[in-house]
Design a protein around this ligand. Structure first.
Ligand code: TXA
Ligand code: MG
Length: 318
């Protein structure tokens, strides 16, 4: 895997690799993605192989701009255009009815397709240069924690021949995967919570969208109960669960909670959902690498602004 920078020469190299049907890991504002030419079925298949991802888990297509919506979807509701207009480029994926020519390899056999314009300047430039859409799931092996730095991607895929390059665009600023909203049915439904929350969506939609239950609706790997999981067993605990020291446990605490000492590690993330989300996956990877007996994560508040973080922590704990 070659490591590329973000200048024009390196982006041209990345575009050429995509053109050849190879995989290139790219930075996005949410997490790093493992990209392939979305119009090349063989290249798209390589993503599934490299990740060890089941064939029925659809990929998100990253578009160069809002104008490309109509190349991929049909029967696009007005609400979808309004959401795209408000939040793209940005961490929102729209699930829409797919256009006839869109490959079912890409959509995991479904009649819908997930679409977004990523809000990362480097990948937007790459998309502009490449001129077409790229399919990109999070750049981790299936079921692992999503990567938020180039080093995380290297840890996941070193030695994997089909992953030709990684573009190092620095740490991701959002830190958890995009909000996914399904607009292919009668009512909008949030399939995966993200940092664009229900309140922001409601401002555009005029009503709060439904939230999909865990096991209903289209298959979405990000919705499997056990996902985003470290190898070390992870438990969600209250502040009271962190009063008694445990030398076998690594702790991820909220800022402001007192470290009584006596834990294998005491790592702190800010008591603010935006900053917490940004640091979450890197912290989980660090704690996982300690090979502690367990990871104790202090449960964040159950308020709306923490919804995406709480969702990921619950899955990591499952
Ligand atoms: O922030 C993100 O969305 C990142 C970056 C790289 O863009 N991508 C990402 O991709 O998280 P992935 O493949 O790890 O998760 C995509 C999720 C999966 O849960 C998938 O099942 C769901 O999107 N998805 C994609 N297309 C879908 C569809 N047509 N219907 C329902 N779910 C869909
Ligand atoms: Mg993923």
């Amino acid at each position: 895997m070659i490591r590329l920078g973000t200048d024009d020469v390196d982006l041209a190299r990345a575009a050429a690799l995509l053109e050849q049907g190879l995989l290139v890991a790219v930075p996005t504002e949410t997490v790093y993605g493992l990209a392939a030419d979305a119009g090349n079925v063989d290249a798209v298949r390589r993503i599934f192989v490299a990740k060890g991802r089941p064939a029925d888990h659809p990929l998100i297509v990253h578009l160069p701009g809002i104008d490309a919506l109509d190349d991929w979807a049909v029967e696009i509701p007005e609400a979808a255009r309004r959401l795209a207009g408000r939040f793209w480029p940005g961490p929102l994926t729209l699930v829409l009815k797919k256009k006839a020519g869109v490959s079912e390899t890409l959509t995991g056999g479904q009649s819908t397709v997930g679409l977004r314009v990523p809000g990362h300047p480097v990948t937007l430039k790459l998309l502009e240069r490449f001129g077409r859409a790229i399919a990109a799931p999070s750049a981790n092996r299936f079921g692992h924690i999503s990567p938020t730095t180039a080093d995380h991607v290297v840890d996941e895929f070193h030695g994997e021949e089909t992953v030709a390059a990684i573009i190092d665009g620095g740490p991701c600023t959002v830190g958890v995967e995009s909000t996914i909203i399904d607009l292919s049915g009668e009512f909008p439904r949030v399939l995966r919570p993200g940092m664009i929350g229900a309140e922001q969506l409601a401002e555009v939609l005029g009503a709060t969208p439904d939230t999909a239950g865990r096991d209903e609706g289209p298959r979405a790997s990000g919705r499997l109960a056990s996902h985003y999981a470290p190898k070390t067993p992870l438990l969600l605990v209250s502040a009271d669960g962190l009063i008694r020291p445990r030398p076998d446990a690594a702790v991820l605490a909220l800022a402001g909670t007192v470290d009584p000492g006596g834990f294998a590690c005491w790592r702190v993330l800010p008591d603010d959902p935006v900053a917490y989300a940004r640091g979450l996956y890197a912290a989980l990877r660090e704690l996982d690498a300690l090979d502690a007996g367990c990871i104790l994560v202090q449960r964040p508040p159950e308020t709306l602004s923490w919804a995406a973080v709480v969702d990921r922590l619950r899955r990591a704990a499952a």
